[in-house]
Ligand binder design. Sequence first.
Ligand SMILES: [Zn+2]
Ligand SMILES: [Zn+2]
Length: 379
Amino acid sequence: MAKRTRIIEGTWNCTSCDARDILARHRNCPHCNNPREETGQESEFDFGGVDAASGRALREGVTDEKARSAAAAGVDWFCDYCGASNRGDAPLCRHCRAQRSDTSRTLTEDAEPSHVPPPPPPAPRGAGRKWLLVGLSLLACFGTCMYWGSRSHELTGHVTSTAWTRTVHRESFQRVRREGWRDELRMTSPRMPVNGQGEVAGVENIRDCITRQRGTRQVADGTERVCETKTHRVQCGTEEKCTRKKLGNGYMQEECDDVPKYCKESYEDCRNRTRYRTEPVYDLSCTYDTYAWTQVERREESGRDSAPRWPELRTGPVDRLRREEKYVVHIGYTDDGQKEHQLEPRSEAEFLSWKKGQAVPLQVNNFGSVNVLAGDVTR
Ligand SMILES: [Zn+2]
Ligand SMILES: [Zn+2]
């Protein structure tokens, strides 16, 4: 594919008379005859817009001999004495006839023409940024609320009442009937507990075995075809791509080429996969005898005093007792109305450290959550 080359002519603005869009071929302003200089951005050429997709300059190319010769003359230099711009291949200043010196300044330009529109931001990124903003504002709002809620103030409450509940369960090691999978059952003799310890449940009298479903398993059952829609890039014709180079003399050289264009194409990606079906698994389930701790009696006592007591329960030789205790301390305080906070001490000692009428320093935050500031405390 052949490359296509074009010469684009720039334009400049005269700072002496404000004439605009003067073609680069005019080294002097056609209106006031002011020579183009480096000062006042006179030699910063405008090359017009560029097509964002191809990079092709929107201006028509120039083909006349004068323009071609000017473009090929090399980088402009500025006269040390009068400041006028001169062709790169001219040894003398066309304006004042001064000699070009080693120190004469030359025209410097940006690599890219100044009027390239910025490429539009890709859509997903733009959308992402939008969501990021929404997220950030929500976070800021949430943060403010959390800050407000966590602000706290201190006040003093009083213990209004205390309560205790103590429960004793009597459990007996008793013969029970159970069911189990035959392969998991091993005949074992039971052993009775001594002082509620050292017992062995045992397995005895395995009987009445029947077939029951124990679970399921996956069984291969032929193959099935599974397809997925995927995309890949394929060449779909060509597109024009251009590069531009400023020549340092008011002209720009553009090279355009046809390059392969790629498009997304969807296709079906199919393969064979083993299909499975679910099958029940059967096994032998049997009845057997064993021993287990079984609750036979439960007694509870409660009170609002400060002397918690355990209920009395008598135990037999194969019995054991299991104890539960629960304590509650109610603290009343005034904070925009009469309120109550409830503590649950974990031990009797902790419970007994709370006395009815006792003052309790509290910290209450705006969500209403209460912190007890006293020393040894359960929340
Ligand atoms: Zn002018
Ligand atoms: Zn000069």
